[in-house]
Design a protein around this ligand. Structure first.
Ligand SMILES: [Zn+2]
Ligand SMILES: [Zn+2]
Length: 85
């Protein structure tokens, strides 16, 4: 976290609350990642931790463009793909 020196109490509080919410969100994303991976592994879909593949459709790989997959068959946001955390 950045130093909070010089911030007002209200500012400190807002940043602290954002930080706490984001930590919670990141934790949830990590556990989603685990569950989504084991689901795909169970059906024999790629399970390469280094690869970027889609959670939502059989798209091979994330093709980033404006944080969206550029594949025709895909097109959803980066969070549809493995490795977004
Ligand atoms: Zn997709
Ligand atoms: Zn895709």
């Amino acid at each position: 976290m950045q130093p909070t020196y010089g911030l007002t109490d209200a500012e400190k509080k807002a940043y602290a609350e954002n930080e706490a919410d984001l930590s919670t969100l990141e934790e949830q994303l990590r556990s989603f990642d685990k569950v989504a991976n084991s689901r795909l592994a169970a059906i024999g879909r790629r399970f390469d931790p280094d690869a970027q593949y889609c959670y939502r459709c059989p798209c091979d790989q994330y093709e980033g463009a404006s944080s969206r997959c550029a594949r025709d068959t895909c097109g959803h946001s980066r969070t549809g793909h493995h490795g977004f955390i």
